[in-house]
Design a protein around this ligand. Sequence first.
Ligand code: 5GP
Ligand code: ZN
Length: 146
Amino acid sequence: MQRRCIFCRIIGGEAPAHKVYEDERVLAFLDIYPSAPGHTLIIPKAHVARVEDLSEEDAAALFRALHRLVGRIQAAVGAPASTIGVNNGPESGQEVPHVHIHVIPRFRGDRGGIIQGIARSGRRPSGEELRRIAERIRELSAASDA
Ligand code: 5GP
Ligand code: ZN
């Protein structure tokens, strides 16, 4: 039998974690290798690898928990700001295949980067290229909403 994922084991109480929040759908706990003090992971209790595969209910519950927690996380460690992000799929660097929102407290002069800095195309696309991509996304949205 395959071993359950590490985050599922934390949810099940089979692996330890410093929990900071829990509700019916969501659990939040401190990252074991924090990028900054207070680095927190917010996860759905359902094992889902990618954001696009979350149920709408879990997607809403995750953002609700983020909204509640982010100010408290910052206050707990005296951070004036935070970076919030999701590595979504292995090519983005996702190592644990269970959706998790990283909340990384940020401090003036911490020498951290910005989210846009993780993949820079280094070029400004033409208006035509932007128009085509936006149109394609709208078409796919219309097709899946139909
Ligand atoms: P990602 O999948 O987005 O690259 O990151 C996974 C994150 O989970 C990492 O920041 C890593 O430190 C954290 N992590 C991995 N295993 C554990 C664990 O057993 N406990 C906790 N609290 N965090 C973990
Ligand atoms: Zn899992």
